[in-house]
Design a protein around this ligand. Structure first.
Ligand SMILES: [Zn+2]
Length: 527
């Protein structure tokens, strides 16, 4: 209670733009991030974030505060809503505006986005960017992996150029990488996020990170959804129009270079390639894509200074918001069309591999070695060098194995882990109250292997087999999952036995497979 009052008092005393000339203490520093207050030696802690956003929300400037769930250690995950009368999903949806979700700190060693979003929110509270809310609602989660954020160490991400006062750890408190959890939903954070997505339904999603690898010349790299099953119209908009436009605008305004995310790799023919990361929907941008939404990954460059990385993250977000505002109606229309478009009967990817699509000129960079002032460890600092280098473009994926999307799936009631997760994702599932006999295809497992090494608490299962047509009696409680629904692309990926990011791969069907039956049946598409 005491704390609430303190926050209220600070909020009331906040210097408001236009009306705040005579505002008294607290001083203007109150909404500065810890990064700004420490000359970018330190990053903002959870309690400081909560206090700052509480002040913003209490200032009466149209920034509303909610929480959308909890971390494993019980920290409420803050959500700021700007552009709606209040923070409830009902009010947000009722505006009819285009909804943009901005997320940072999923990997809390990569803290630049958190500082950038706090600066963005402060400016919004001060009345800057006021045009955006004509057609947009902003949904902002600056500190998604709050537990990881609090596990500060000076030797987390040691080669990154600061913050030298330390940064959080990559994993959540369960030791899970939250950016591998979007299909399996093993963490309360991801379950909170998916509940949020189902309630607020953002059209555009931006997830802010920092790079790990190649020394290139870009201050920031980005990626659209990479799964080959993503609605083509969404990928085209981002890949061919928005992301190049972001690059052009940032170059014109700030003279920095942005580009598609990649690492320089050796190609099989001994050349060099610019390879992106992974197509699977366990990653946030790919997951958003399979939900028919515009998912964008942002990666500030690890060896730029912390201050420059915060700027780069902020500038990416500003340009995405400008584009979302300029094309707000078109975004809603594209997303609605993708939701209506049925994939039943279409050949979709079960697994995918990186593909080579011509050549691309990459600006390679250089770094200087510096010593961390407090640990003596080597850290790297970007040098202002741009070396254009032609290499193979390996920025997209193609299907390496496909199946025709069926009309529907049946999931047997014993596969509780699968049914429960489908429902958590927001897939429409109909549970049968009575047994019934249907014509369906059953998957007969010929052979199966399990990965030797555990990954994120699971040993990946691979199955081989064939579908056979049968008349099957489904018991009471069996689940019917139509593929002709907005989340049909996601349902296909989760339920197909050969999918490389489905429930079979994650081991959720192991008990049934071990007992000799595969608990997902399908109704083939009519030819
Ligand atoms: Zn990351």
């Amino acid at each position: 209670m005491k704390r609430v009052l303190a926050v209220m008092a600070c909020g009331l005393a906040l210097p408001l733009p236009g009306a705040g000339a005579a505002a008294q203490a607290p001083g203007p520093d109150l909404l500065l991030t810890r990064a700004e207050r420490s000359e970018f030696r330190e990053t903002t802690r959870y309690d400081e974030v909560v206090e700052m956003v509480g002040r913003m929300a209490a200032s009466g400037t149209g920034v509303h505060l909610a929480t959308f769930g909890y971390t494993a250690e019980g920290r409420a995950i803050p959500l700021l809503v700007v552009g709606a009368p209040d923070a409830s999903p009902e009010s947000v949806l009722a505006t009819g505006k285009t909804r943009v979700y901005l997320q940072a700190d999923i990997h809390p060693g990569e803290v630049d986005g958190k500082e950038a979003l706090l600066i963005l929110l402060r400016r919004l509270a001060a009345g800057e960017y006021s045009a955006w809310t004509d057609s947009l609602v902003l949904l902002v989660a600056p500190i998604y992996n709050a537990d990881g954020n609090e596990r500060i160490r000076l030797d987390n991400r040691p080669r990154q150029h600061g913050p030298v006062g330390g940064m959080g750890q990559r994993a959540n408190a369960q030791g899970l990488d939250l950016n591998r959890d979007h299909t399996k939903l093993d963490s309360p954070e991801t379950r909170s996020l998916v509940r949020f997505l189902n309630a607020y339904d953002p059209h555009v999603l931006v997830d802010l990170h920092t790079t790990n690898g190649t020394t290139h010349a870009y201050h920031l790299t980005y990626a659209p959804p990479l799964h080959p099953n993503t609605a083509a119209s969404l990928v085209r908009l981002l890949r061919e129009r928005w992301l190049p436009e972001v690059t052009a605008r940032v170059k014109a305004k700030h003279s920095w270079d942005f580009h598609f995310f990649g690492d320089a790799v050796r190609t099989p023919d001994g050349g060099q390639g610019w390879a992106t990361f992974d197509h699977r929907p366990r990653f946030s941008n790919n997951y958003a894509g399979l939900r028919n939404r515009l998912g964008i990954l942002g990666e500030s460059y690890a060896y730029a200074t912390f201050e420059d990385r915060v700027k780069a993250s902020l500038w990416l977000v500003e340009e995405i918001l400008d584009l979302s505002w300029e094309h707000a109606g078109m975004v809603r229309r594209l997303v609605e069309e993708a939701d209506r478009e049925s994939v039943v009967g279409r050949e979709l990817a079960l697994r995918a591999v990186a593909q080579r699509t011509g050549d691309v000129t990459i600006l390679m960079g250089e770094v200087d070695e510096e010593r961390h002032p407090y640990t003596g460890a080597v850290m790297l600092r970007r040098r202002d060098v741009r070396t254009p280098t032609i290499m193979a473009d390996m920025g997209t994926f193609r299907a390496s194995e496909t199946a025709v999307a069926p009309e529907a799936y049946y999931v047997l009631p014993e596969a509780r882990a699968a049914i429960e997760r489908l429902e958590a994702h927001g897939v429409t599932v109909v549970r049968y109250a009575e047994a019934r006999t249907v014509d369906a295809e059953r998957f007969v497992v010929d052979s199966t292997t399990v990965a030797e090494r555990e990954f994120q608490g699971h040993r990946e299962r691979t199955v081989w087999g064939r579908w056979t047509a049968e008349r099957v009696t489904l018991p009471e409680g069996a689940a019917y999952v139509s593929v002709d629904q907005p989340l049909g692309r996601l349902a296909f990926t989760l339920l197909e036995p050969r999918s490389d990011d489905g429930f079979t791969a994650w081991g959720f069907l192991d008990p049934e497979i071990g007992a000799g039956s595969f608990p997902v049946l399908r109704v083939p598409a009519r030819r």
